[in-house]
Each structure stands twice: as structure tokens, then as C-alpha cells.
Design a protein around this ligand. Structure first.
Ligand code: GUN
Length: 291
């Protein structure tokens, strides 16, 4: 293996420390405690794990955490009424509605009912537009975490060729916007892209966000490229025993690490950065709300 491992777990710990410092100063100097409200509709097990983790880390950095758990069949009007209440609550600086929502709820309508200034996910259409036009916005947490790791590793990203594999609203599209903002030459690749291996081979930076286990093999990667693996996929691991599973990314780690200059592992890469950036966004929202 030649690649440097980009340790997202350690990086996230430093981000949380900085956030905790900001929170302490806001309390001491302004008497303000940032507050994050997380709304979970239904009992999706993966979402429950994420929400629990977000709440725990929010409290650990000294912020207030408000968890709202609603029944799976909650009428849309009730969810919108809760969001309206949180929008008007001065103790709440950030609001996150955990996705995916149950099928009867209109995700776009719900997200766009959040006050854009409290939209710590950066999913509101106003924040999407602000990011796309290079204006001050709330930036989606996962791409923000990826960008922080890339900046830390490279310094300037100006002029580098970046390929983002995946065109989701949550990761792929905002990631591409952020890289464009850093003056990268950006390609967004997806399931219909022709000659994907060739496209990836041109890239100095590869961000894989497709949700397909180990889809990107090492021989697609350019020598010394930086590889950011956003995928978190659980696959069978019979070598660990019957019924056992393990987590893998969208990149085949061993083969990619043999050619890349730097790579994020799964787990311990992008994942921990996402919640750290959520906490950072909540402090940002709090500071903006209080001038
Ligand atoms: N579900 C999976 N990732 C996310 C995220 O970043 N934000 C929200 N709100 N829901 C998610």
C-alpha cells in the first residue's frame, strides 16, 4: 500500500474540539447556548442510529439537543406545524429533519418549510441556490466534510481535475459545486456516464458517492490521486463467520490504496466528518442569528 490514509475520525475529533471551544465562548461572552433540533419520523433502524449519534455528539460539545420523534403515519400538517414551531423558537438555531421520510410525506415541501437560516443540512432550495451562485449559504454536511479533508491534504485545490461519481442532491451535486468554488475542473459522473473508468482515470481527486459496494477498482485510479470514499455499504463477510457482515465503501480500498496518493477509509473516513460538520453548521447558524 502506498496511499496516505486520511483519518476522518481524528479530523472529526479536532473539528468537534473547535466547535466545543466556540460553544463555550458563546456561553461565556454572550450567554447563548446553540441548540439543534432533530426530527425523526418513523422507526427506520439506520435513521434511529444516526439521530441518537447526532443527539449525543450535540450534547458532548456543550450544545442543547432537542429530539422530536414522530409516528410513522404522522400527517404532513402535523410535521409542518412542528417545523413552524421550531422555526419560531429562539432557542433552536439548527433544524434537521432526518431523511428519508415515509412515503406519504412530500420531502421537498417539508425541507423547504424549514427556515433557511436554520437549515443546517443545507437542503433548502434557497441554500442550494446560494451555494450554486457562490454566495454565503448553509453547506450540506457530507460534502463540507469531504472538502475540509481535501483542503487539509492539498492546501489549494485550484486547477485540479476532480471527478464526483454520483449526482444526488445530498452529496454529488453540492460536492461538485464546492469543488468548482475551489477552482477545480469538475466532472459529475453517474450511472449513464460513458467510459467511466477512463473519466475517473483523468482525475486528481475522486469523490465516490454512489452507494454501490466497492464499485471503483484501483485500476480506474490515476497514480497519486486523492480518493474520497463517501459510500457506507454493509456486505456479507463469510470469512468472519456465518451471518457476519462488514462495512465497505464505494471504492475497492486495497486496490485503490495501492495506486492513490491518499485515500479515506471506510469506516473512519467521511462518516465521522458528517456529524462534526453538522455541529459546526449549528454554531454557524447560531452566530449568524445573533449577529
Ligand atoms: N439521511 C442520510 N443522510 C442525511 C443527512 O445528511 N441529513 C438528513 N437530514 N438526513 C439524512
Amino acid at each position: 500500500m502506498t496511499a496516505q490514509i486520511i483519518d476522518g475520525k481524528a479530523f472529526a475529533a479536532t473539528v468537534r474540539e473547535k466547535v466545543a471551544g466556540h460553544v463555550a465562548r458563546l456561553k461565556e461572552e454572550n450567554g447563548i447556548t446553540p441548540g439543534l433540533a432533530v426530527v425523526l419520523v418513523g422507526e427506520d433502524p439506520a435513521s434511529q442510529v444516526y439521530v441518537r449519534s447526532k443527539g449525543k455528539q450535540t450534547v458532548e460539545v456543550g450544545m442543547n439537543s432537542y429530539e422530536h420523534k414522530l409516528d410513522v403515519d404522522t400527517p404532513e400538517a402535523n410535521l409542518l406545524a412542528l417545523i413552524d414551531k421550531l422555526n419560531n423558537d429562539p432557542a433552536v438555531h439548527g433544524i434537521l429533519v432526518q431523511l428519508p421520510l415515509p412515503g406519504h410525506l412530500n420531502e421537498d415541501l417539508v425541507i423547504n418549510s424549514i427556515d433557511p437560516a436554520k437549515d443546517v443540512d443545507g437542503f433548502h432550495i434557497s441554500n442550494v441556490g446560494l451555494l450554486g451562485t457562490g454566495q454565503k449559504s448553509m453547506v450540506p454536511c457530507t460534502p463540507l466534510g469531504c472538502l475540509m479533508m481535501l483542503r487539509d491534504h492539498h492546501g489549494s485545490l485550484s486547477g485540479l481535475d476532480a471527478v464526483v461519481i454520483g449526482r444526488s442532491n445530498i452529496v454529488g451535486k453540492p460536492m461538485a459545486q464546492l469543488l468548482l468554488g475551489e477552482s477545480c475542473t469538475v466532472t459529475i459522473a453517474h450511472s449513464r456516464t460513458k467510459d467511466l473508468p477512463e473519466v475517473v482515470k483523468r482525475a486528481d481527486i475522486v469523490v465516490a458517492a454512489v452507494g454501490r459496494p466497492e464499485m471503483v477498482p484501483g485500476d480506474w485510479i490515476k497514480e497519486a490521486a486523492t480518493v474520497i470514499d463517501v459510500g457506507i455499504n454493509r456486505i456479507d463477510a463469510p470469512e468472519k463467520g456465518e451471518g457476519k457482515t462488514r462495512l465497505v465503501g464505494d471504492v475497492h480500498f486495497e486496490s485503490a490504496a495501492a495506486v492513490a496518493g491518499a485515500i479515506t477509509p471506510v469506516p473512519g473516513g467521511v462518516g465521522p466528518m458528517t456529524i462534526a460538520c453538522l455541529l459546526a453548521n449549528t454554531v454557524t447558524a447560531c452566530c449568524r442569528a445573533n449577529g
